[in-house]
Design a protein. Structure first.
Length: 202
């Protein structure tokens, strides 16, 4: 019965997402130069510690300021010059696919419960790191992209995602949102191209 409720909730969410999502920018191939640097950060947050992440980013201008590891995601704050970015880790590997469950919709915000749980694990840390900041933006890959959207919504900031699953309706997303998709990305293939189609595909 619970499984049936999960899938019914997912279908309802997908229909709403398909109707609302076109107002956001989508790029299937090739990030621009600025977002390439964000992709570096989104990849680096897969490291298991702040030290490892700092080593991963040592050839870039990004400097790791904070790092928090949780069961469902990692979060980190990196800075360069006058720019601050909070990044979230996605699914580490295929054996971690359970991070995408449960498929029920959270009644509080209308997003899939699995990603709300991931955000809640690091929420206190992230809100503490970003307190009083006006220049912060959010980024994430896969599951991390979904968490980044929730964080950006809470902070009313820019968000950039890479291979983010269709997990919420567009009314949850900030106006300044860019979503990069690739046809070979697992989450893109899983959720279906139709869920992501819309304005600005290039």
């Amino acid at each position: 019965m619970q499984c049936l409720q999960d899938w019914c909730g997912l279908v309802r969410l997908a229909v709403r997402f398909f109707v609302c999502f076109p107002k956001h920018r989508h790029v299937v191939t090739g990030a621009d130069d600025d977002d390439d640097t964000l992709l570096e950060v989104a990849n680096a947050v897969y490291c298991t510690s702040a030290r490892d992440m700092a080593l991963r980013l040592r050839a870039t201008p990004w400097r790791v300021q904070h790092f928090a590891a949780a069961k469902r995601t990692h979060a980190c704050l990196v800075e360069r010059e006058d720019r601050a970015v909070v990044a979230f880790r996605g699914m580490p590997g295929a054996r971690d696919y359970a991070l995408n469950f449960p498929l029920t919709v959270d009644p509080g915000c209308g997003a899939l419960r699995a990603y709300v749980l991931a955000w809640q694990e690091v929420q206190d840390d992230v809100l503490e790191w970003t307190k009083g900041r006006t220049n912060v933006e959010f980024v994430g890959h896969s599951v991390g992209g979904a968490v980044a959207v929730l964080a950006a919504n809470a902070h009313n900031s820019r968000v950039t995602t890479f291979g983010c699953p269709a997990f919420a309706t567009a009314d949850l997303l900030p106006d300044d949102a860019t979503h990069y998709l690739t046809e070979s990305d697992f989450s893109h293939a899983c959720w279906g191209a139709g869920l992501h189609r819309g304005g600005g595909r290039v």
